[in-house]
Ligand binder design. Structure first.
Ligand code: ADP
Ligand code: ZN
Length: 721
């Protein structure tokens, strides 16, 4: 087997330097004629998995997709890469369809996109036609549509079982972003895949930052964010149709380019709005969840939830529309518990208690997520059955300042409130009780109790956070028969007796955590010019701008300023076809910008990057580092070396860390074993391999920054060896 051609195809036709996780293995498996099921999150790169084999195979690749709107897009994108493709659906005239059929017959087409119903129509006429041409692969996109267990069942998909029966020799690749295991099994079963290999990619969308903010003056909160993101495309989800209209209007009044979208609009109106968004003419869409299915726009930079979604599946899917191009995207949920309570009253499926219970539970889990005292990403991934570290570094929780605080007294107050009121109440009641609420909801007899009002010193939100964390640490339980009644457990009793300390994390939000995003080092003025020329080309070709090249490709150009065809070839997203077709237009802009501003190309600075690689370069030891090491080896300690060399202790520790990371110096010479072990365990748990402050905050006082630096260097060494 030669592994070379598929890389060549990737570079030459798609302009990418390397495969993403699983893509290569999937493609090799498909090319060896075997069945495959690929489970990847939205934006994970499913299309490449059948498009590369399609280019490499002699015969036709048939792609089944339920979304007619998407087909045209995919075909346009393939054409822009110089790959022959077509789609057949009801939007084409009979004559157009005949032309395509003829082209398929003449082997002029590599990929053919179809809706499932087409395949089965007219007494299998189309299947019979396929039997007369050489098919090399069937790709079933959105394969979860075949399962009743999935969230988007489409009966037309059931007919696809016939494919395997009719064409047992032709491999099938089923693709889906559905994380649900029952659905996955059902897909294999219904499609009758033979001995399929199943590839599951992580559902982590590393380039999306997750933020949950208390919903206060939500419109102001939104415009405040938008001020820092003037050029960005985004979607704002709200639950009511009327809201989509009024928010979009208010945004327009405030000077933003915004439209609304909901299922009550006419088809024409809806496609007009959608098209305008795809072409970057409208920047912001305010929509109900009707918007998004089949929207493949890669450069959506933010997704906001004006109202809380009804379940985690919806939240994940909707936020997943941000950052499909791999560039950073923000997901912001404006949360209020009142919204949950409102929704809770509406989630009932008439005459179906079981279904109602499921929906209520899902809404409850949404609430748990929004109020979770911990990493958002971890909660979400665990919800979908995936392991994840406790810190991601890019959600509102991980970005806030965390501080350990002893809260034994507060915990005791809560627990005695639980006891005094007879273990019959939920957190909300207990907190009102502790804070001495005069509300008539408080049972009069409770107002006579000693504990009534002893918690006035803290705000409601602070008490809520304390209860949450106590639940998470199992310091108090929830009664099984209800979602909310608090009950004591063994740990609670120990705390009440003063036998157990309670340590909680107190978080203080950092300023501007939402808008702080390190921008890539590109020239913004040049980027604007490149966007403009892209818009012109797209308009002339009548396709959305991103079909020409993606934003990341433009940013790459604005960073490295390629001035020749060869230079362009090194820009991610520029395959041979695009270099030839669009290269001259972009080069003209680049060259005139370079000469006008007296700039030289920086393309030599660009190394072919591994896709999504995150490794940092190791620092190289220089003479000054070696001088420090020499003194250390002579027996001087850090403090002494710092005095001798007139450098700070921190600098000396940094010098020594280099040798620890390379294995030349043993960390045990500088740091006691128990301390080293503690820090290493925390690094593993948190993933903080190169930031100090968050670890310092999580460790007891006596651990210094120097200790942490040394442990991180040690971790670097053991990780690699
Ligand atoms: P999915 O269908 O899984 O939602 P797509 O196939 O549309 O995702 O891919 C998402 C984006 O990632 C597209 O812009 C695609 O061109 C890009 N992409 C896919 N594979 C790679 C790769 N190996 N290197 C760089 N970009 C890639
Ligand atoms: Zn996080």
């Amino acid at each position: 087997m030669n592994a070379y051609p598929i890389h060549q195809v990737l570079k030459q036709f798609f302009g990418y330097d390397s495969f993403r996780l699983n893509q290569e293995a999937i493609i090799n498996r498909v090319l060896s004629g075997k069945d495959v099921m690929a489970i990847m999150p939205t934006g994970g790169g499913k299309s490449i998995c059948y498009q590369v084999p399609a280019v490499l195979s002699d015969g036709l690749t048939v792609v089944i997709s339920p979304l007619i709107a998407l087909m045209k897009d995919q075909v346009d994108a393939l054409h822009a890469n110089g790959i022959k493709a077509a789609f057949l659906n009801s939007t084409l005239s009979l004559q157009e369809q005949n032309t395509i059929i003829a082209a398929v017959r003449n082997k002029e087409i590599k990929l053919l996109y179809l809706a499932p119903e087409r395949l089965m129509s007219n007494n299998m006429q189309f299947m019979n036609f396929l039997a007369t041409v050489q098919c090399s692969l069937f790709a079933i996109d959105e394969a979860h549509c075949i399962s009743q267990w999935g969230h988007d069942f489409r009966p037309e998909y059931l007919g696809l079982a016939a494919l395997k029966a009719r064409f047992p020799q032709v491999p099938v690749i089923a693709l889906t972003a559905s994380a649900d295991v029952i659905t996955q099994r059902d897909i294999v079963d219904k499609l009758q895949l033979s001995n399929p290999e199943i590839f599951i990619s992580s559902f982590n969308r590393a380039n999306i930052n997750y933020y949950i903010q208390p919903k206060q003056k939500v419109f102001e909160q939104i415009t405040q964010y938008l001020q820092g993101h003037k050029d960005d495309s985004g979607i704002i989800y709200t639950l009511s149709r009327a809201n989509t209209e009024s928010i979009a209007e208010k945004l327009r009044e405030a000077g933003y380019s915004a439209s609304h979208y909901h299922a009550g609009m006419s088809n024409d109106e809806r496609s007009r709005v959608q098209e305008s968004f795809l072409r970057d003419n409208t920047k912001i869409i305010v929509a109900t969840i009707a918007f998004g299915m089949g929207i493949d726009k890669p450069n959506v930079r933010f997704v906001m939830h004006y109202d809380v979604p009804k379940n985690m599946e919806g939240y994940y899917q909707e936020t997943g529309r941000a950052g499909r191009d791999g560039l950073p995207g923000d997901a912001i949920l404006y949360y209020s518990r009142g919204d949950i309570n409102k929704l809770m009253r509406f989630v009932t499926v008439e005459n179906n208690n079981a279904q109602t219970a499921i929906l209520k539970k899902k809404l409850w889990q949404m609430k748990e997520f929004a109020e979770h005292e911990g990493c958002r990403r971890q909660y979400m991934l665990q919800y979908f059955g995936e392991d994840a570290p406790a810190y991601c570094g890019s959600c509102d929780y991980c970005l806030s300042n965390l501080e350990h605080k002893t809260a034994t007294i507060e915990a005791q107050k809560i627990l005695s409130a639980v006891i005094r009121t007879g273990q019959k109440y939920g957190a909300d009641y207990l907190i009102d009780f502790l804070r001495g609420s005069s509300s008539s909801k408080i049972v009069p007899a409770h107002k006579e109790l000693k504990t009534y009002g002893v918690g006035k010193d803290l705000k409601k939100e602070e008490w809520q956070s304390i209860v949450k964390q106590m639940l998470q640490q199992r310091l108090v339980d929830v009664d099984d028969s209800s979602y909310s009644v608090l009950k004591l457990n063994d740990a609670s009793n120990k705390i009440l007796k003063g036998l157990q300390e309670v340590v909680l994390l107190i978080r203080k939000p950092k300023e501007e955590s939402v808008s702080a995003q390190a921008a890539p080092q590109h020239d913004p003025k040049l980027l604007t010019e490149l966007k403009e020329i892209r818009r012109e080309i797209a308009e002339a070709e009548n396709v959305p701008a991103y079909i020409i090249v993606g934003d990341n490709t433009l940013i790459d150009m604005a960073t490295y300023l390629p001035l020749t065809h060869d230079g362009l070839r090194r820009i991610s997203g520029f395959g041979d076809y695009k270099v030839n077709k669009y290269g001259p237009a972009f080069l003209k802009v680049l060259q005139s910008y370079a000469s006008g501003n007296n700039l030289e190309s920086r393309i030599h600075l660009k190394s072919p990057k591994r896709e999504r690689a995150e490794r940092t370069e190791k620092p190289v030891a220089s003479a000054t580092h070696k001088a420090t090491l020499a003194l250390f080896n002579e027996g001087y300690n850090v403090e002494e070396i710092a005095i001798k060399r007139n450098l700070s202790q921190g600098t000396i520790e940094a010098h020594l860390s280099i040798f620890i990371a390379s294995g030349e110096l043993n960390a045990a010479k500088l740091l006691a074993k128990n301390k080293l072990d503690t820090i290493i365990a925390l690094i593993k748990q948190t993933g903080f391999t190169n930031v100090l402050k968050p670890l310092k905050d999580l460790l007891p006082e006596e651990y210094t920054y120097g200790d942490i630096k040394i442990a991180q260097a040690h971790y670097e060494w053991v990780k690699d060896s």
